[in-house]
Ligand binder design. Structure first.
Ligand code: 4NP
Length: 174
């Protein structure tokens, strides 16, 4: 009836390999930015992994420590991206070229393939850069997690600004 909440204008799914480092960081950063902008009813956000290694697991403690240091909570649990997710999301944002290629292989139509992008296509610091990967920090040191956070934050801020413009979403405070 009339009391149903509005359909979100945009549905985003961030995807990496394990869904415990990069994509849950992107999910948490975007949730934070969307809340800050008062756009919770307009933008739906999720994350997933192409692999099933960490289904049900909390995010990696090094990722949560980096996010906490920046004032952001990470609360998601690992899940594997499913074929059906292509129907649930408008943009499927891969962290690296391997995730991108796994996702386009899984897609079953040109429309689904067209939903798959690299998150860093929106990184303002990556203009003209050939390598648009958010590097996998899992086997590296803590600097890798700080670098991931920086890349993800820049990209998410720019992506949200473009979505606001493209979909005519209300500006904060209006
Ligand atoms: P993520 O990092 O894809 O950013 O979540 C990884 C997490 C786990 C593994 C690889 C990458 N793993 O091999 O278990």
């Amino acid at each position: 009836m009339g009391s149903e909440p509005p359909e979100p204008a945009v549905r985003l799914c961030f995807v990496c390999l394990g869904n415990i480092c990069r994509s849950p960081t992107a999910e948490a950063v975007m949730v934070h930015l969307v809340r800050e902008a008062g756009l919770e009813d307009h933008v739906e956000i999720d994350s997933a992994g192409t692999a099933a290694y960490h289904v049900g697991d909390p995010p990696d403690h090094r990722a949560t420590a980096e996010a906490r240091r920046r004032g952001i909570a990470m609360v998601s649990r690992g899940r594997q991206f499913q074929r059906g997710d292509f129907e649930l999301f408008d943009l499927v944002l891969a962290m690296d070229q391997w995730n991108h290629s796994d996702l386009t292989d899984l897609a079953s139509s040109p429309d689904q393939k067209a939903k798959v992008h690299l998150l860093r296509e929106w990184d303002p610091a990556a203009r003209g850069v050939h390598d648009l990967d958010v590097p996998d920090p899992y086997y590296g040191g803590p600097d890798g997690f700080a670098d991931v956070f920086d890349m993800v934050e820049r990209s998410c801020r720019n992506l949200l600004a473009q979505l606001v413009a493209r979909h005519g979403l209300p500006a904060a405070g209006s």
